[in-house]
Structure formats: C-alpha cells, structure tokens
Design a protein around this ligand. Structure first.
Ligand code: ADP
Length: 492
C-alpha cells in the first residue's frame, strides 16, 4: 500500500516529544512489511541539511494563505539506514525559526498559518511529484486540516488526482487541539460550510484537531485505555461528544518502541552494556549516574528517575508536592525535564537544598534520558493523563521499574505488583489510581519497601519488566488493518 506519513516532528530530524519517536519508528516497520511508505515534515531551522543530506527536489513551492503567498521549495532525503523517502517542506518565512511550536515557552502567534500552510503545501507537493498515496496518515493538530482540504478545498476536490486519497488520523494527545481564530478557515481556502458545530467549529474557534476528527476516514489513538477515556467528559477535553459520534471508526493501538534506538545491550549513550533480562551492567550504569548527579555511590540506596516535559499533564505538581516527604527518606532522585518555569524554579531550589539526594537537570538531553533509564532503580510517571507514554516502556526495557498513575497507556503497559503476580511473571511495576499525593507516596512506599526488604522479589519484578516485548510488529499489523478499513469502499 502507498502510505504517506505527515507529521510536525520525526526522529531523528526533530523531536519535542513521543510523537517524534512514533513517526520515526512505525514507517520503518511498515516499509519492512512491504509497503511504499514516505514521510513529510516541515523544514525547521534546526534540521541540518548537510548532516541529513537533504537534496533539492522541487525548486519552487508556493502556498496561498489569505492575502499572502509563501514560497519555498521541497527537499528530500532517505530515512537514515533505509530507502524511505523523507520530504521537507521548506517555507522559510514560516519555519526558519528557532523553535518548532514555540520560542521560550510562548507559542508562535501564527501557528495557524504555519501549519495550515504546511498541510496545503503537502498536497501541492504530491501533485508535483505525481505520487498519490492511498492513505495519508496524519498526526495530531499540526496536520489536522488535510482531511478537510481533500474534501472541501475547491482546487483540491475538483482535481481527480486527489480523489482516491483516504485519511487516517492518530491522536497522540487530545489536549493539544490547535484552536485558532475562525479566519483560518477562509485563509486556507476552505468554505465556511466547514465551520459548524458538526464541522471544525469548537467554541467559536477553528480547531485543527476537531477538523481532523470529523473529516478523517479512520481514527486511531495511542492506547486502548486512552481510546475509552477520551470518549468521557473527564478526559475528552471538550471533544468527547464528537469522538462518541465517530466511535465506530475510533480504535486504540498501543505505540511500540524502536528497539534498535532503545537497545540497552547496544546503546552508545550509556556507560555499560546492559544484558537483556539479567540486567548485568546496570550496577555500573547506576554508579555512573550517581556520580554524574553528585550523589554518594551506594548500591543499596534506591535511585528514582524521571525524564519528562514539565507540564501539568505529567503530574509534576504531584511529584513536587511529594518531594518533601520523599526526601526525608533514604533515597536519591534525579529529574530530567524542561517546561513550565514555575516547576523549573521549584526543582532548582530543592536541588540546591538537597544536593546529595536530589538532582534537577532542567534541559532537554537525549543522552541523559538514556542514562536515567539505564541507571535508575525506579522510574516515576505520575501523569494526570497519558495517551500512551513511551518513557515507561523505555524504563522497563532498560530495567528501571516504573511507578505510574493508572491512566491511559500506563494501564495498558504496566502491571501492578503483588508478590504472587511477581512470582507468576506478570507484575512489571507499581500503579496508583487516585490523582493525589498520598496515592503517589503509597506506591513509592511499596516500591521502596520491596527494594529494601525483599531483593529476590525486586529482582524478579525487574526481570519481568525487562522481558516485556514492546516492539512495533503487533501495532503495525493493527495499523495495516486500519488502513484497509480506510480504503474499503464502505468507509467513504
Ligand atoms: P510526551 O510525548 O507526552 O512528552 P512520551 O512518554 O510519549 O511523552 O514521550 C516522551 C519522549 O521524550 C521520550 O522519548 C522521553 O525520553 C523524551 N523526553 C522527555 N523529556 C525529555 C528531556 N528533558 N530530555 C530528553 N528526553 C526527554
């Protein structure tokens, strides 16, 4: 099948979160399964043309947006280590900037025209290449206008070239909706008939995510539990009604992980190779991480890791609240994260007060993330909501036992510990249900007690976690089935 992945971030070119990991991994698996897969993303300033060998493909590209016309070009390369074509829409006026979505935590004020133009430019690129995919697989709000453009943009819908293209949306996070001024609708060339409560109108705004939910042929989200949650008011972020209306076309498909990039037995970022399941090599990784954090190198002190965006979604307020109690115990903790300033200030201050037990690395640091998965005994993910979550899967593969709130994909990937379930090989971590500090502390307490008082069971728990298979094959097959449904005549 011919499949085009359209996304705003793709590993290794550009990454702000898990979306980039997913769009960097799934195409490779689908290509290996025999599909003609290609990828398109914007050419941001941070993408190094020389390093990735970007070559000119279409020298002239123009997109109209309201009274403006943005011009640029399309470049291409092959996905590293494969022959998957990757296209870059290079519209310098919109994308030649420091950030992807924002600069210093402030969203760019013209994200509507940036990403709407990227969506339309993608269609013009396909026409220019004379390559029509059977399925355009779009990801989150930055690609959300594509289904509406295919169905309603006058120049697109009247063109036979586009007429058979179907769309599949993956929702990686319902909280980011791309809601903008209504003028977006007209400026990108869509008719006002799309701006209704059954269409892309959302509380008076033009919503790129809602547009995708309403007009795409099939919808996936990144875990079965999240697929259920988002149809409820609590987790629906205002879109639960429309998701319920389309639930026959909504499926939950758990993300996999790229087992080559995240391979503890062969990871250039970590100080020692870690053997699968036995975990040999972890002690060295822990000692190195302790040294890096300025902690005493003690084997018997539990080392808790976090690597996360510092936002409300990730339960950072709970972690912050728990910290005082936690630091009264004999533990060590390292937090890698960047995001909201109030959180950064708080953790910086705590790290200054407790330099021997708490380290705050307030940055985005890929290598250190790997070192934390490899060297921590436990990995904390207290999310308020979590569509899938990749960090718990990386943690488990590297032998850090996850302690997670029971929500979304965390429920689908972490099995709570009891002695019996540990012995049966079923438990892989610790879950807590209620979103509050006592519940978080309760789970941490259970973990720390087991670590201290019952090393044999702790060891077995860690082995269970390391033995879990999070490779993409099963999920890739589920996506194939979804593409088939999208192109089946009944799905029109
Ligand atoms: P989300 O996409 O909501 O941020 P995921 O768990 O799906 O959450 O993916 C997060 C990804 O970003 C993981 O690959 C994780 O290792 C990485 N990550 C998060 N924060 C940092 C950071 N400060 N430095 C390096 N990597 C980070």
């Amino acid at each position: 099948m011919r499949i085009l992945f359209v996304a705003s971030e793709v590993v290794p070119f550009v990454k702000t979160g898990g979306l980039a990991d997913v769009v960097g991994a799934l195409p490779k698996i689908l290509a290996a399964r025999g599909h003609d897969v290609r990828i398109v993303l914007p050419k941001y300033r941070s993408i190094d043309s020389q390093k990735f060998n970007l070559l000119p493909l279409m020298p002239e590209m123009k997109v109209r947006y309201g009274n403006d016309t943005f011009s640029g070009e399309v470049m291409r390369t092959s996905y590293p280590g494969t022959d998957i074509p990757v296209y870059f829409i290079d519209l310098p006026h919109l994308f030649d900037r420091d950030g992807v979505y924002n600069s210093q935590n402030h969203d760019y004020l013209d994200n509507d025209r940036r990403f709407a133009s990227f969506n339309l430019a993608t269609l013009w690129m396909l026409k220019g290449l004379d390559w029509a995919p059977e399925v355009m697989h779009i990801h989150d709000w930055p690609t959300g206008l594509i289904p509406a453009l295919l169905k309603f943009h006058p120049e697109v819908k009247s063109d036979e070239f586009f007429s058979k293209i179907k769309t599949v949306l993956t929702i990686h996070n319902l909280a980011y909706q791309g809601n903008f001024v209504p003028q977006l609708v007209a400026d990108i060339g869509l008719p006002w008939s799309t701006f209704t409560s059954e269409g892309m109108e959302f509380f008076g705004r033009a919503s790129m995510l809602k547009s995708a939910i309403v007009f795409s042929d099939m919808i996936a989200t990144v875990s079965p539990t999240y697929a259920n949650e988002i149809r409820t008011e609590t987790y629906g972020a205002g879109l639960d009604g429309i998701l319920r209306a389309r639930e026959e076309r909504l499926v939950g498909i758990l993300n996999g992980i790229d087992t080559k990039l995240w391979d503890p037995a062969n990871d250039p970022h970590i100080p020692a190779k870690i053997q699968a399941v036995t975990g040999a090599g972890r002690a060295e990784c822990k000692a190195a991480l302790q040294a890096k954090c300025g902690f005493p190198q003690k084997k018997q002190v539990p080392l808790i890791g976090m690597a996360t965006r510092l936002t409300g979604q990730k339960g950072i307020d709970l972690a912050a609240d728990a910290l005082n109690t936690l630091l009264a115990a004999d533990i060590q903790m390292v937090l890698l994260g960047s995001g909201e300033e109030r959180f950064e200030n708080f953790f910086r201050e705590v790290a200054n007060r407790f330099p021997k037990k708490f380290a705050a690395k307030l940055a985005y640091d890929e290598a250190l993330a790997h070192q934390i998965y490899a060297g921590s005994d436990m990995f904390l993910i207290p999310s308020a909501f979590e569509p899938c979550g990749l960090t718990q899967m990386y943690a488990m593969r590297y032998g850090a036992v996850p302690i997670a709130r029971a929500t979304g994909g965390l429920v689908d990937t972490v099995a709570d510990a009891s002695i019996r379930r540990i012995e049966e090989g079923r438990s892989t971590g610790f879950l807590f249900a209620d979103y509050n500090t006592p519940a978080l502390l309760g789970a941490l307490q259970r973990a720390v007690s087991l670590f201290r008082d019952d090393q044999p069971h702790w060891d077995k728990l860690r082995r269970n976690a390391m033995a879990r298979d999070f490779s993409w094959e099963t999920s890739a097959a589920a996506y194939e089935a979804l593409y088939e449904r999208a192109v089946a005549p009944a799905a029109t």
